[in-house]
Design a protein around this ligand. Structure first.
Ligand code: IPM
Ligand code: MG
Length: 373
């Protein structure tokens, strides 16, 4: 464990860099946090632990007990990414995603996943959709339910029925689970554009019926928020055609998983998007949370020093905001990333060979952010 600076407020952060590009982008995020905390009246301590494939290689399990204990002792978890081809053929429960990421979410009750999909005006040309649809940029917050639905419902498994294998996943949501994530989404909408689009499949799924009815009920507490409902298939289409019309998008676990990747790509790159996974609040507006890039471990580019560290750096900003209430420090980081982008610094994922663009690697992008803090 390493401590930085001396001051009264010390935030303890469990750092789980994981696999693939995780360690590379995490180093940049930690450098940025070091600099910001050095200039602030708080300090941070890091407890770095193994997780995912990196933990499997050393301890034969993806979430070792000491890693979980470090997370329990921490004020927040800063997570990189887990998984990769090396561990894909292990028994399912040992695989990094199922054996580490999902248990962490469940263990800490991190039911609210906030995924801000922000397309900077200076980066609209990196978006794969029609320029007219993204011109001027956009800012959509995806609020994804994270501890229910098909991911965790039981019964779950593969069994033999009538002599053949049958796979079973169960989509189950209680009314209280729907209501609490709806409150998160409405509260977020109140602090933004006051528009909420709730996603479901109420024309087919029982879950959709209860989801829609519950969201309608919760909406009564937020009369200022304009609520709309979209079926998930229609939403997937509308988000591509008119992303600028959306403000907050609320979805259950699997729909949110899919739509948040779609939104990330429409914004330009998965490498830009941070996320916060929050549990029940502590009552003071702050949350225990796990902060991670929305993209994955990107094994295809891991170890080459070319990954975009923005999502990891911006995850630090979300941590400062939601777990520590350090809004000024969070603003500084978000401002510096934006400035680096505005001034043309581009990792490969967002580089389009334009005149004003400078192609840089992971560390050089981190440098550019540090210089603009
Ligand atoms: C995500 C990821 C995870 C998920 C995987 C890695 C289990 O896709 O965080 O979006 O499906 O939740
Ligand atoms: Mg996903």
């Amino acid at each position: 464990m390493t401590d930085s600076q001396n001051s009264s407020k010390i935030y303890r952060i469990a750092v789980l860099a994981g696999d693939g590009i995780g360690p590379e982008v995490m180093s940049e995020a930690v450098r940025v946090l070091d600099k910001v905390s050095a200039d602030s009246d708080f300090s941070v301590s890091y407890d770095e632990r193994l997780v995912g494939g990196a933990a499997l290689d050393v301890t034969q399990v993806p979430l070792p007990p000491d890693t979980l204990a470090a997370c329990e002792a921490a004020d927040a978890i800063l997570f990189g990414s887990v998984g990769g081809p090396k561990w894909e053929s292990l028994p399912p429960d040992l695989q990094p995603e199922r054996g580490a990421l999902l248990p962490l979410r469940k263990h800490f009750g991190l039911f609210a996943n906030l995924r801000p999909s922000v397309c900077f005006p200076s980066l609209t040309h990196a978006s794969p959709v029609k320029q007219s649809a993204v011109e001027g940029g956009f800012n959509v917050l995806c609020v994804r339910e994270l501890t229910g639905g098909l991911y965790f419902g039981t019964p779950k498994g593969i069994e033999i029925r009538d002599g053949e294998e049958v796979a079973i996943d169960t989509m189950v949501y209680s009314k209280s689970e729907i209501a609490r994530i709806a409150h998160v989404a409405f509260t977020a909408a109140m602090g933004r554009g006051k528009k909420l689009t709730s996603i479901d499949k109420a024309n087919v799924l029982q879950n959709g019926i209860l989801w829609r009815r519950t969201v309608e009920e919760v909406a009564k507490d937020y009369p200022e928020v304009e609520l709309k409902h979209l079926y998930v298939d229609n939403a997937a289409m509308q988000l591509i055609v008119r992303p600028k019309d959306f403000d907050v998008v609320l979805a259950e676990n699997l729909f949110g998983d899919i739509l948040s990747d779609e939104m990330a790509m429409i914004a330009g790159s998965l490498g830009m998007l941070a996320s916060a996974s929050l549990g029940a609040g502590k009552g003071d507006g702050l949350y225990f949370g796990m902060y991670e890039p929305s993209g994955g471990s990107a094994p295809d580019i891991a170890g080459q020093g070319i990954a975009n560290p923005s999502a990891q750096i911006l995850s630090v900003a979300m941590m400062l905001r939601y777990s520590f209430g350090e809004h000024a420090a969070a603003d500084r980081i978000e401002g510096a990333v934006r400035k680096a982008i505005d001034e043309g610094f581009r990792t490969g994922d967002i580089f389009r060979g334009r005149e004003a663009e400078t192609k840089v690697g992971t560390v050089a992008f981190g440098d550019a952010v540090l210089e603009r803090l």
